[in-house]
Design a protein around this ligand. Structure first.
Ligand code: URA
Length: 225
């Protein structure tokens, strides 16, 4: 039974944690508030969306969460079972692995805005269909990108890489900055592949090390903002 009006357990879009020592210069409060309210308005629309068939089988939609002014946006594929129950992205086993990778870096989740190509769980975790991807990205993801305006977008997995870059393999897209429509992208494997491709663990870590270097360069080039 679809439950389209269930509120997530906590606010998905988090304002910046100002108590934490951050590496980037904070944006003026007014800009941060503006982005936060744009993202909250989008999240409210996503939670009641019935534009594609995925709404019928979801428990709750998963709009995304993180800092509205994050320098990096992470885009995965689609919510899994745990995400569908909680309304939060990357909180299941793939999310645990993402946290594990982040442990070896200077990043915490607070440095990112994290979302997915589609905001509702496909039944049985199947790959989202083209119509679902196109509807969700044109109606929501593109607006989220505009609102957050990240310096860099990290795409996790082939669905995100194909949709955002038009490149069909992660292998081909990773290890370099790719520019599309004035935005900079990096690509890596979806964290879930780690559970059946142990050999990719090192490559994923390498991709996050590259993310760190690229971000540092961008900050230096832009006078730290
Ligand atoms: N896999 C994804 O791509 N996104 C999530 O939020 C969880 C698992």
């Amino acid at each position: 039974m679809p439950n389209m009006l269930v509120a997530p357990r906590r606010l998905s879009v988090q304002p910046r944690d100002r108590s934490r020592k951050s590496q980037s210069k904070p944006l003026p409060r007014s800009k941060e508030r503006f982005r936060l309210s744009a993202l909250e308005a989008l999240a409210a629309r996503i939670r009641v969306c019935i534009k594609c068939p995925l709404h019928a089988s979801r428990t709750v939609a998963v709009p995304g969460e993180g800092r509205p002014t994050a320098p990096v946006m992470i885009i995965g594929e689609a919510p899994g079972k745990k995400e569908d129950q909680t309304g939060q992205p990357f909180v299941g086993s793939a999310g645990k692995y993402l946290d594990h990778v982040l442990e070896g870096t200077p990043f915490t989740r607070d440095d990112f805005f994290i979302t997915n190509i589609v905001k509702c769980r496909p039944p049985g975790n199947r790959t989202p269909k083209a119509v679902e991807i196109d509807t969700c990205t044109s109606d929501y993801l593109s607006e989220q990108i505009r609102a957050v305006n990240p310096k860099l977008i990290l795409l996790l997995g082939s669905v995100a890489v194909k949709k955002m870059l038009g490149i069909s393999s992660v292998d081909e897209a990773r290890e370099k900055i790719i520019e599309r429509d004035g935005r900079k992208y990096l690509a890596s494997y979806h964290p879930a592949v780690r559970f059946y491709r142990e050999d990719l663990a090192q490559k994923i870590k390498k991709d996050f090390a590259l993310l760190r270097r690229v971000l540092r360069k961008l900050r230096t080039a832009n006078g730290r903002e």
